[in-house]
Design a protein around this ligand. Sequence first.
Ligand code: AMP
Ligand code: MG
Length: 390
Amino acid sequence: MITVSEARSRLFDLISPVPAEDVPLIGAAGRVLARDVVARRDQPPFSASSMDGYALKAVEVEAHAMFRIVGESAAGHRFAGSVGPGQAVRIFTGAPMPEGADFVVMQENVERKGDVITLADAPGTKDNVRRAGVDFTSGATVDAPRVLRPEDIALLAAMNIASVPVARKPVVALISTGDELVMPGDDPGPDQIIASNTFGLKAMLDNLGAEARMLPIAQDTEASLRTAFALAEGADMVVTIGGASVGDHDLVGRVAGDLGLERSFYKILMQPGKPLMAGRLGGAAMVGLPGNPVSAMVCGYIFLAPMIRAMLGLGKAQPRLHQGVLAAAIGPNGPREHYLRARIDGGKVAAFDNQDSSLLSVLAQADALLVRPPDDPAREAGETVSYLPI
Ligand code: AMP
Ligand code: MG
């Protein structure tokens, strides 16, 4: 059996970055920018007023100075003329500075009578001018790779970028296996349960920027599994759930092997998640997850998520663990790296008592996985531990 980090590095060897595609900016949020993007203009493209007020010459600004208003500059409508000595232009936020003016007196610091303004006792020293290009200039870049956040989208829009190169969404085929499984909304027979793993994993993978496709549930027969694998054709990654242990009905390894799986590993030193299986199947990475719902989801966080990030071009990074203080004592850990469902409560890490890997209700209450190294000794309340926020 190999360690969790060895398993992760072997999984990274099974994948490669997906190619880039152009998408309209309006649909680009959350996608991973694939190449640096270059601004196509300066922002602002002209020197602009940052206040509502009066544009005039800075050298003429002094208490009680008087100016004649010769025109107006509004956003989208510049003043065509130029400002001479003793003159001012009524100006509004975002409007181009008129030629000849280099200072805006805020309207609060002005008294106006007809076409004449008089500056207040203290007209201010700030010029209230945004210079052309102060935000960015043509040629400035938004660097790849990065997950495009709303802030990036706004910046790209201001740069006059209408479409962006992003990593194509890795396609993940999700195959639930088991005669006992039916889809949510179906009418389960007396011995049946609902397939929950595919739903949880699809949500997780889609959130990460993949396109997860849920295939029909495969029965515990070789023929049904072969059909499922055939339907997965073309995916970048094939993820099976269940059927990977050593039971009589655990056929995933055998069928995948018949179909040409180049196995990378089977079984890892992890709890939950021991019967993890992986390899290359045709052009795809194949990952066989354990069927227990919590095992499948934890393996999703620990293995599938880093794989998806790597495929998106974000690098082969380990999940970033946080440090926290134990809320209560925990016993010694066994020989496998252990991921315990936990809650971060008042800054402390509190593991749930019941860690059975079938309990989704406990997973749903958890907001962290407490990570315990193999053979970690018993820990007291107050000791520092590592956890992965989920
Ligand atoms: P297996 O690895 O196929 O032996 O499955 C282990 C346990 O996980 C069994 O109790 C299965 O019923 C359950 N299980 C397998 N696949 C799923 C699934 N997609 N959704 C929910 N439970 C599952
Ligand atoms: Mg099964």
